[in-house]
Design a protein around this ligand. Structure first.
Ligand code: NAP
Length: 488
């Protein structure tokens, strides 16, 4: 680690952030956090257990009534100050994120800005929570409709966007007046702990937020979800874990938001602007080293342009430089761990066994980290495993189609439904296909859909609920109706 990197790591409090105070895990346990590009240990972080979780819950419960009464403007101002602090410290936070997660520094800077925008957006939404008033159809009573915070929330986030997945949940929870317990992924706890420090500095009252890194997630989340005082679970992660958490949420009938896995189809029609389509595919595929739920997982190119599109895409992918995210000139960082790299290699091998051609890449990268080469596969058969499995790595499989109907059928032939992309210059086709695609989001002639001001989320096995946009705050609010009678 360079001096600058060591300084950035040293600045983070590695203890639990429990009800607004910092302290060691009650068991005294810690666990190591590694740099995935060197496999070296960056530091040790407190390892929370059941006892710590219950203490965090007590704090969240105690703080909830007072926090719900704090003026919306004040809650908004805490968020706005946090937005400013995130942006003031963008550089050091980006270095920290690259160290623990591996993404290139430029992308980490982008994520800090994206993460901060959720705070800015929800600082504005905090003062726009509206109810309603109406006269009943028979004229005999009045309806007063109120919005109230759902109560203490459990937030669980993945490692791939260590800061933004946290702010996307914490922002609306603060804006609506909910207290919360955040459990970040064990690979990337440092960004979440740094965020807790910033929110405290911005004036978040004690007890409103706890951050509990752990190597034993079940030991924390199961008792919390079973307790009855948590009223909402907001989870981002894999569909398999999401399903398990939905089961655990059922006995207490918890409100749940589920941002789960994806398997995004990327459709390029013969009439597309090919330069734009290649640019879009690079973004949709390579953002975050391919480790994004929104990553283009299956690229369908119409037969008239398939060869040319694949050639151009291979040229661009082949020119990318693998390297440690903090090194100058590195375009693509390492995958998060060996398991992830083995999975990607297995999917490529399977496709090749079934007849796919490797146009570029196809194997592990050099160095101690979990690097994988940017890869393009052509002539990928529809039966290849990577058509049905989330790749989560820098591999772009190109499949060829003849008709629009065939493309839409293939795109929808998955249990996932997070996002799809389509490139065409035909307005009628653009609207027809956008309507027919079974996903929560569509990138029409654009390769990125994530935007704090837009409702992010999926259908089918990709999840429940939306984060961001005008509806993002609804996930943290209950609607109460007061029927007013006796007015005659
Ligand atoms: P994951 O294995 O499901 O883990 C996500 C989070 O759940 C982590 O904090 C993890 O903790 C925790 N967890 C794991 N097992 C648990 C259990 N039994 N009980 C409670 N919590 C548990 O997913 P991941 O590998 O970190 O992230 C990749 C997945 O997230 C992909 O499928 C991706 O598509 C999805 N994702 C979706 C979105 C979206 O908005 N739809 C955004 C980003 C990522 P540990 O770290 O300790 O295992």
């Amino acid at each position: 680690m360079s001096d600058r990197e060591a300084r950035v790591v040293a600045q983070v409090d590695k203890r639990l952030h429990l009800g607004g105070k910092w302290r060691d895990a009650s068991s005294g346990a810690t666990f190591p956090v590694e740099d995935p590009s060197t496999r070296k240990v960056l530091c040790d972080v407190a390892d929370a257990g059941r006892e710590d979780a219950m203490e965090a819950l007590d704090a969240a419960e105690r703080a909830q009534p007072g926090w719900a009464r704090v003026a919306p403007r004040e809650r908004g101002e805490i968020l706005h100050r946090s937005f400013q602090l995130l942006m003031e410290r963008q550089e050091e936070l980006a270095v920290l994120m690259t160290l623990e997660m591996g993404k290139p520094l430029a992308e980490a800077r982008g994520e800090i800005a994206y993460a901060a925008e959720f705070f800015r957006w929800f600082s504005e939404e905090a003062v726009r929570i509206e109810g309603g008033f109406a006269t009943s159809p028979d004229g005999k009573s009045r309806f007063l409709i109120m919005r109230q915070p759902v109560g203490p929330c459990m937030l669980i986030t993945p490692w791939n966007f260590p800061m933004a997945m946290g702010t996307r949940k914490i922002g609306p929870a603060i804006a609506s007046g909910c207290t919360m317990i955040l459990k970040p992924a064990h690979q990337t706890p440092l960004s979440a702990l740094a965020l807790a420090g910033i929110l405290t500095e911005a004036g978040l009252p004690e007890g409103v937020l706890s951050v509990l890194p752990t190597t034993n997630p079940g030991a924390i989340t199961e008792p919390l979800l079973a307790d009855g005082r948590i009223r909402k679970l907001s989870f981002t992660g894999s569909t398999a874990v999401g399903r398990k958490l939905l089961e655990q949420s059922a006995p207490q009938v918890l409100r749940t938001s589920m941002e789960l896995g994806g398997n995004a189809p990327f459709l390029v029609f013969d009439d597309a602007d090919l330069d734009a389509a290649v640019d879009g595919a690079m973004l949709a595929k390579m953002r975050n080293i391919g480790e994004a739920c929104t990553a283009a997982n299956r690229i369908y190119a119409q037969s008239g342009i398939a060869e040319e599109f694949s050639r151009r895409l291979s040229e661009r992918m082949g020119a990318l430089r693998l390297g440690r995210g903090l090194d100058d000139g590195a375009d693509v960082g390492p995958l998060i761990d060996d398991k992830a790299r083995d999975k990607v290699q297995g999917l490529v091998d399977d496709a090749v066994r079934r007849g796919a051609r490797v146009l570029v890449g196809g194997g592990a990268g050099e160095g101690p980290g979990h690097f994988y080469q940017p890869t393009v596969l052509a002539d990928v058969p529809f039966a290849a495993e990577l058509s049905t499995t989330e790749i989560f790595g820098p591999v772009a499989p190109v499949l060829t189609f003849e008709t629009e109907e065939e493309a839409v059928r293939a795109a929808n032939d998955t249990e996932f439904g997070l996002v799809s992309y389509l490139y065409t210059r035909d307005l009628n086709r653009a609207m027809r296909v956008s309507e027919a695609l079974e996903t929560g989001m569509v990138g029409l002639n654009q390769g990125v859909v994530s935007n704090p001001a837009a409702p992010f989320g999926g259908v089918k096995h990709s999840g429940l609920g939306r984060e961001g946009g005008r509806v993002g705050i609804d996930e943290f609010l209950d609607t109460k109706y007061v029927g007013i009678g006796g007015l005659d």
